[in-house]
Ligand binder design. Structure first.
Ligand SMILES: C[S@@+](CC[C@H](N)C(=O)[O-])C[C@H]1O[C@@H](n2cnc3c(N)ncnc32)[C@H](O)[C@@H]1O
Length: 363
């Protein structure tokens, strides 16, 4: 921690700041009050008071009453456009507020460094990309993460019918041990919570394999769940083992971080023949052209999500871009996009798709 920061804090506050920073670097999520209290051997109210001071001085922000929500204002050292004030401080509350206003009104860069840009996707780990995005800067997140369902490794060839082969193994990216999967899910959701605007929305896709863990963690992190949408797949693959029901739906959790989120009620009603839009959406997997990814989402589904919960020029962020469906739809509807995809081949295919897309509708 640079001297210039510590000089503005008491010794205790500086130690606490240091602890929070190191804890986050190590674990990729924030310490809870009890972690800090245990570490310093003091009571939770005492620690809470110290955190209050750090917050008042503009070093951290937190949502009171929400566990793991303490966030370092990491940009302290990176802000280039903040002028030193006459007392020699590099940062003060009013500068922080000004920067936050700029980000919220879309005038400030949402990145900590110049290396990243809006309307791009990156061939990197989503945790790395999110680390570089400022707090409270994204209007809409759509996340279609690994569901961790590839363990069963069931394969079948459809020789007679000429249909696509069935393979429950979607790729190495979908293999996790239970503990590792929970840890990974917690990490990326924690980052999503941090970068989402207070009035933004998040959607997370899943199936029975991951959706219960996801919903549980989202609530713990402070998200408020608004709806669960069920996509009823009208062209689902039959259950070939004949030992279970046909799994012909996927789940989408729609949640928010604070109040004031967008819901384009009238557009949704119009799309549903003048009746209120329901939470079960029945339609096929293949709508929207040829599939180039084993778990590619149809464009119609993303269109509905983007139209319902964002407006023109909003930033739509997808940590798990796959074949780029989210970016394609965002571009089509005059939104900005941003995302990451680890797999080089899917990344390249996503870029091709995005480049072939033009903005068609401003809704
Ligand atoms: C369920 S698929 C997304 C499919 C996408 N919605 C589409 O329509 O094509 C999940 C993707 O996340 C990628 N992935 C897995 N872990 C990742 C990580 N840590 N960071 C970025 N991408 C990751 C996988 O390579 C995979 O392509």
């Amino acid at each position: 921690m640079p001297k210039i920061l510590t000089s503005q804090l008491t010794k205790k506050q500086a130690q606490l700041f240091d602890f929070v920073e190191k804890f986050q670097q190590r674990k990729n999520y924030s310490p809870a009050l009890h972690d800090m209290a245990n570490h310093f051997g003091v009571s939770i109210p005492t620690i809470s008071q110290h955190v209050d001071y750090l917050e008042k001085k503009g070093y951290v922000v937190r949502q009171k009453g929400v566990k793991y929500s303490i966030q370092i204002i990491k940009n302290l050292r990176d802000i280039k456009d903040v002028q030193p004030n006459p007392t020699g401080e590099i940062f003060n509350i009013s500068n922080k507020e000004k920067l936050q206003k700029k980000i919220e009104t879309g005038l400030g860069s949402i990145f900590f460094t110049k290396q990243y840009k809006i309307n791009q996707i990156y061939n990197i780990n989503c945790l790395e990309l999110m680390k570089n995005i400022r707090d409270n800067s994204i209007e809409l997140i759509f996340a279609d993460p690994p569901y961790n369902l590839s363990g069963s490794n069931f394969k079948m060839k459809f020789k007679k019918s000429g249909g696509a082969d069935l393979n429950t193994n979607k790729g190495q990216w979908d293999h996790y041990g239970d503990i590792e999967f929970e840890e990974f899910t917690r990490k990326w959701l924690t980052e999503c919570f941090r970068i989402l605007k207070p009035n933004g929305s998040i959607w997370v896709a899943g199936s029975y394999h991951n959706i219960y863990l996801t919903g549980y963690l989202m609530k713990k992190l402070g998200f408020e769940i608004l709806n669960e949408i069920l996509w009823h797949k009208s062209d689902a693959t039959p259950n070939l083992s004949c030992t279970r029901f046909v799994a012909d739906h996927e789940n989408f959790i729609w949640a928010r971080k604070g109040k004031g989120n967008i819901f384009n009620y009238d557009i949704m009603k119009k799309l549903n023949d003048g009746k209120q839009m329901r939470s079960i959406w029945t339609r096929g997997k293949t709508a929207g052209g040829k599939r180039i990814h084993p778990t590619q989402k149809p464009e119609w589904l993303l269109e509905r999500i983007v139209m319902a919960t964002s407006k023109t020029k909003n930033i739509v962020f997808d940590p798990f871009m796959g074949s780029g469906t989210t970016a394609v739809v965002a571009k089509k509807y005059g939104r900005k996009y941003l995302g990451s995809e680890l797999d080089r081949d899917y990344f390249k295919k996503a870029i091709e798709r995005i480049n072939q897309t033009t903005c068609q509708n401003i809704i």
